[in-house]
Design a protein around this ligand. Structure first.
Ligand code: AQP
Length: 328
């Protein structure tokens, strides 16, 4: 059995990108592997968050994990901030990382572009992410392909620690699904669908009511021409819609193309909206049940307790190897 670790930030409303690129895969993994899934609230504050919204979003993300199919008995589901060793190991890794390698991170470049003042937390985000992963000595890290670069850095930091202080960390492997790994924005297929995009029309939120989903898809940008053809270079907008269709309907790209051969964007978009609604409506019903059940806090406490057992031990081992004087 392999150990799997991944997280989602409560930095806005979760999107269909988070579901297709992350949650769907988490659910598949939990039956065969030992899984740790967390709501990474400490990462969310690397950009300003309104406290009330952060609290609500954190609870919503935790409930969405369960609504999407994560079983909190099989998997350890917890809030990152409830397992304090993450922050401490994050600091230790910050001291191992180089400025140059952090400066190269495209997420940092994207999120800081055009801003007058950029938080230092955004810059060191990847070192906390490395701590999140390595603290469980995870074998596999299921992430969307947008996170590949951060995972590379995690692998480098694990290697650096091992060569300085002796072999300790496993060098984790990314687990990136072949299709649907990156869902792009509905208003610009050059950017990934992102929950912190200020334009809500650019994403489908997992909790969007069906009519809002229909409206957003009908307004989604399309390329010139009317052919439903998967060609990310020539027809990026339609190609993105085809991958969303395929992921929601359980079809390959070729099957979606064949279904709409000779038809225009109108019928395609209409049916795409229904495919998305068919996936999200039952998820939303389960979400409402989870929120109403009142069990979430206990489930998160038990997840954090299981996680802390592993995390605290790793932190102790690391500090010992680095030369800290440990309390007796
Ligand atoms: N558009 C996407 N397509 C596929 N996968 C995606 N993921 C995010 N967006 C897409 C995957 O979801 C997981 C959780 O991501 P996150 O919330 O921790 O951070 P993120 O990647 O930065 O996601 P967002 O939505 O873009 O958040 P903000 O806007 O706050 O930065 C990851 O596995 C990610 O790959």
């Amino acid at each position: 059995m392999k150990r799997v670790l991944s997280g989602i930030q409560p930095s806005g409303q979760l999107t269909l990108g988070n579901y297709i690129g992350a949650m769907q895969n988490f659910v598949k993994l939990q039956d065969e592997q030992e899984c740790f899934f967390m709501v990474v609230d400490m990462h969310a504050i690397t950009v300003p968050q309104e406290p009330k919204a952060l609290r609500e979003q954190s609870e919503a993300v935790a409930a969405l994990f369960i609504a999407a199919g994560i079983d909190p008995v099989k998997s350890s589901l917890f809030m990152q901030s409830h397992v304090r060793a993450h922050a401490e190991l994050g600091w230790l890794f910050t001291t191992l990382a180089y400025m140059g390698e952090l400066e190269r991170m495209t997420q940092f470049k994207d999120k800081s572009a055009g801003k007058d003042s950029v938080g230092a937390g955004l810059f060191v985000y990847p070192t906390l992410m490395a701590a999140d992963i390595l603290i469980y000595n995870a074998d596999l890290v299921p992430v969307g392909d947008d996170q590949k670069q951060h995972l590379e850095l995690t692998r480098d930091l694990a290697g650096r620690f091992n060569s300085r202080y002796g072999d300790y960390f496993k060098v984790p492997e990314p687990y990136i699904p072949k299709t649907g790994a990156r869902i792009m924005s509905l208003d610009d297929a050059g950017k990934k669908m992102s929950k912190s995009n200020p334009n809500p029309g650019s994403y489908i939120a997992l909790l969007d009511p069906p009519d809002v989903i229909r409206k957003k898809i009908s307004r989604a940008t399309t390329d010139s021409g009317r052919e439903i053809r998967y060609d990310p270079a020539e027809k990026p907008e339609v190609s993105n819609l085809i991958s969303i269709y395929g992921q929601c309907a359980g079809l390959t790209v070729a099957e979606v193309e064949a279904r709409y051969e000779g038809q225009g964007y109108g019928p395609f978009k209409k049916e795409l909206a229904e495919q998305v609604v068919a996936v999200l409506e039952p998820l939303q019903a389960r979400y409402r049940e989870v929120r109403a059940s009142g069990e979430l806090y206990d489930q998160l406490a038990s997840g954090a307790e299981r996680a802390a057992k592993v995390a605290d031990q790793t932190l102790r081992d690391v500090k010992e190897r680095m030369g800290f004087l440990l309390p007796r």
